[in-house]
Design a protein around this ligand. Structure first.
Ligand code: NOJ
Length: 553
């Protein structure tokens, strides 16, 4: 398939067509939970193809697919067994090609997920490494090490995995005796690759070309700060200066992305890279966005902030400044498949997000959360840069929690490996409701779903919201439409507006568009021509608490 696949569609953002990513609205599809065509309870590519008109009507510019490759799904597909094959549960390579082409015809680009830090333990390389035994060249592509202790019975380091527990698993030698350990920062089914090995570098560049040649417009880089390791393997990973951590944000990482950028830029219509970069240090973060590295990265700082005007204002300011250093556009992210849904998060006494803070039975005011999530939608859609939208957030889905997701149904390794303390990420991955009733609420023709849907799910269905002027779906559709029709929202001009209450975030886009978000007591609206859009009812010329408005001035 040629790279001219995009030319069939009108570019729908204001940036030049080859820089569409600067202002795009990018919708994240978690294929397992989006739409199920064959009725087996798992979403599939045919399901996505049948729902492309929905995404077109929503107005998105691109779809980012979380991994759709062949995988044992030990970590929802982030354990890739074969990058050149689609998992049979989702469909076939031919269907992926058809999906990419059909989306492009509707003006929707495709972004796929690449996971450089690790592969599945079922990947042919890892199976070969286990079979070949200690000292073999096959093991050099991974991190095999002898254990500490008299009999090698202790892991090489005491690093703690983001999935709880240790980061090493001991192998068994072909003769049945305990052998070397291998490194896995995440689950044991996800062995880490050794990026010093030329095969690892070559293979990933080939995989990028494989998907770019099929018309994919960009890639999302998973766990992008982690692939390069300190190969002296210090025992502990605590307290390191920036760049000196044994596996996070080491300086050697940037060479990888420079070579990926060269691959992306070698196409007539250059492809984009977006990084999953969790780094508190804004300057270190911006280094990934230098002109010869990635184009953009997820703004998790914004996503993690509690609902508070002061903190969010500072976050927006530091975001704009850090990106300005390198000329990259910011991204605005309210959630994804790893975090608590915004409607739930913003309805909690502590409305920040932190993986370690997640617990069962946390009191939540969903009406409050919904009001704030609507305001957050207008805040993030008005900021300069690109906007990420996780499937189901446009429906205002709450996190599915506690008894609605019985313990035996939970599948996330974050839950399973925490001895049940962490609810995990299944609650934001429940199959979407399309219809108000019927088997699986329209998710698929069978009654089955790979995670149970709660009894109240139909209330949030697309069918229930599509014609409702007050629904979350209507709000998102209107906001995305205005991003397309209002040049101010796609331009570069962003200026704080002062003179408001400290509980109000206020900024101007272009010359004549004002966005206000009120976190405190009711305030009067400033003079304006028209109300373009509001996240909740305005009381005459008053902006109520937890409400956002876009004004023409
Ligand atoms: C980040 C992904 O978003 C998450 O879902 C996954 O578990 C880890 N990386 C490991 O690949």
């Amino acid at each position: 398939m040629s790279s001219s696949v995009f030319s069939a569609a009108e570019p729908r953002s204001a940036a030049p067509a080859d820089q569409w990513w600067r202002t795009a609205v990018i919708y994240q599809v978690y294929p397992r939970s989006f739409a199920d065509d064959n009725g087996d309870g798992t979403g599939d590519l045919a399901g996505v193809r049948s729902r492309l008109p929905y995404l077109r009507a929503l107005g998105v510019d691109a779809i980012w697919f979380t991994p759709w490759y062949a995988s044992p799904l030990a970590d929802g597909g982030y354990d890739v067994a074969d990058y050149r094959a689609i998992d049979p549960a989702f469909g076939s390579l031919a269907e992926a090609e058809a999906l990419i082409a059909e989306a492009a015809e509707l003006g929707i680009r495709t972004i796929v997920d690449i996971v450089p830090n690790h592969v599945s333990d079922q990947h042919r390389w890892f199976r070969a490494a286990l079979a070949a035994g200690p000292g073999s060249p096959q093991r050099q592509r991974f991190w095999f090490r002898p254990g500490r202790g008299r009999h090698g019975e202790l892991p090489p380091t005491d690093w703690v995995s983001p999935f709880s527990g240790g980061t090493w698993t001991r192998t068994v030698d072909p003769d049945g005796t305990p052998g070397e350990w291998y490194l896995h920062l995440f689950a044991p089914q996800q062995p880490d690759l050794n990026w010093n090995h030329p095969d690892v570098r070559r293979e990933h560049e080939d995989v990028l070309r494989f998907w770019f040649d099929r018309g994919v417009a960009g890639i999302r880089v998973d766990s992008a700060t982690m692939p390069v390791k300190d190969d002296t393997f210090p025992e502990s990973a605590h307290q390191h200066a920036p760049g000196d951590h044994p596996y996070v944000d080491r300086d050697g990482i940037h060479d990888i992305y420079r070579s990926w950028r060269a691959v992306a830029d070698s196409y007539d219509q250059p492809r984009m890279l977006v990084g999953e970069i969790w780094l508190a240090d804004r300057r270190r973060f911006a280094r990934y966005l230098r002109p010869d590295e990635m184009h953009t990265a997820f703004n998790f700082d914004f996503m993690m902030h509690p609902w508070d005007s002061g903190g969010l204002r500072e976050c927006i300011q530091s975001t704009v400044e850090a990106h300005g250093l390198v000329g990259a556009p910011p991204t605005w992210v309210l959630s994804n498949h790893d975090v608590t849904r915004p409607v739930t998060r913003y309805g909690r006494p502590d409305s920040s997000f932190g993986f370690e803070a997640r617990r069962f039975n946390t009191p939540t005011d969903l009406a409050l959360g919904r009001r704030r999530a609507r305001a957050a939608a207008l805040l993030s859609a008005a900021l300069p840069g690109s906007l990420y939208l996780y499937q189901g957030d446009e429906l205002g889905l709450p996190e599915v929690e506690d008894g609605d997701l019985p313990d035996e149904s939970r599948q996330d390794p974050m839950h399973l490996r925490s001895d049940g303390a962490d609810p995990g990420r299944d609650g934001c991955r429940v199959p979407l409701p399309w219809t108000t009733s019927g088997p699986s609420y329209g998710f698929g023709p069978g009654g089955r779903t790979w995670l149970p849907q709660p009894t109240w799910w139909g209330r949030y269905a697309v069918e229930a919201q599509a014609g409702d002027p007050d629904s979350m779906l209507t709000l998102y559709r209107a906001a995305i439409r205005l991003r397309r029709t209002e040049p101010a929202l796609r331009g570069e001009v962003f200026a704080w507006v002062t003179g408001q209450s400290e509980h109000v975030i206020a900024f101007r886009r272009g010359e004549n568009l004002l966005c206000l978000v009120n976190f405190g007591a009711d305030v009067p609206l400033p003079p304006h021509d028209t109300v373009l859009l509001a996240s909740g009812a305005l009381d005459g010329d008053t902006l109520p608490t937890d409400t956002a408005v876009w004004l023409r001035i």
